[in-house]
Design a protein around this ligand. Structure first.
Ligand code: SF4
Ligand code: SF4
Length: 238
């Protein structure tokens, strides 16, 4: 059921974000660095896609190429909890600008399974190494709210850099074929030490004006029904 909710979040955000004129196009990939954070649920979505595509060895080769993942010191919801309580959040380290290992000929090789961090990374003008992405403040508020919701859905499970989370998940029997090809148990144990745990939503980091803008998107997600229950009820454990 969590996977279904994740897909509902992805689909609702994709539809909602079409209200802006984005410059993003296939083959434009300056934004594809190793600074991608995911939940374990998203990691399993990627691993299932890779196994379905018979790309286990491909994944291992790619993981062996990765060199400098940025490791966040706090999750989005930990950051949000600190902000909402008036505490100073932990300062983060500088991001890595190394290309994402899943980028091939400027195209994402796991595009159908890419995580929310990648889905929400858009820009109103074409980026370059010297020209950062541009989005509105309201769009940042909306994508942050959905990142918080995605983490809430994946609470108490791994949360961290995509490359660490994917390796940390390899001790699950469903991904044994990948673990066997990696053949590096110490690395899997090390990856588990490098990830954080997803936290429940402490409240959205939305001002009143932002909330008006984001409310229709949240409403769309919360009122979608799965097996007779709304997503909101499921997330609230009803
Ligand atoms: S965010 Fe920037 S680099 Fe990434 S696809 Fe959009 S325009 Fe291209
Ligand atoms: S997973 Fe795909 S979309 Fe995300 S950074 Fe890597 S190549 Fe880009």
């Amino acid at each position: 059921m969590k996977s279904q909710i994740l897909q509902i979040i992805y689909d609702a955000f994709e539809t909602w974000s079409t209200q802006e004129e984005w410059a993003c196009q296939k083959g434009c990939a300056t934004c594809c660095t190793q600074n991608v954070t995911i939940t374990a649920l998203e990691g399993e979505h990627i691993l299932r896609y890779i196994i379905q595509e018979n790309k286990e060895q491909w994944l291992v080769d790619k993981l062996n190429l990765a060199n400098s993942p940025q490791r966040p010191k706090q999750t989005i919801n930990q950051f949000g909890a600190a902000c909402l309580a008036g505490r100073e959040p932990e300062p983060e380290t500088d991001p890595s600008y190394s290309p994402c290992p899943f980028l091939e000929d400027a195209i994402c090789a796991i595009y159908p399974a890419r995580p929310f961090s990648c889905r929400c990374f858009l820009s109103l003008h074409t980026c370059s190494p010297n020209r950062a992405a541009v989005v509105s403040e309201k769009y940042i508020a909306a994508s942050t709210a959905i990142s918080q919701l995605t983490e809430h859905l994946g609470q108490r499970e791994y949360w961290g850099n995509m490359l660490d989370v994917l390796v940390a998940l390899l001790d699950i029997s469903a991904y044994k074929t990948v673990a066997d090809k990696l053949g590096d148990t110490p690395r899997i144990i090390g990856a588990r030490a490098n990830v954080l745990n997803g936290q429940p939503l402490p409240g959205f980091m939305l001002g009143e004006e932002d909330y008006t803008y984001v409310a229709p998107l949240l409403e769309e997600i919360f009122t979608t029904r799965i097996a007779g229950k709304t997503v909101e009820d499921i997330l609230n454990g009803k």
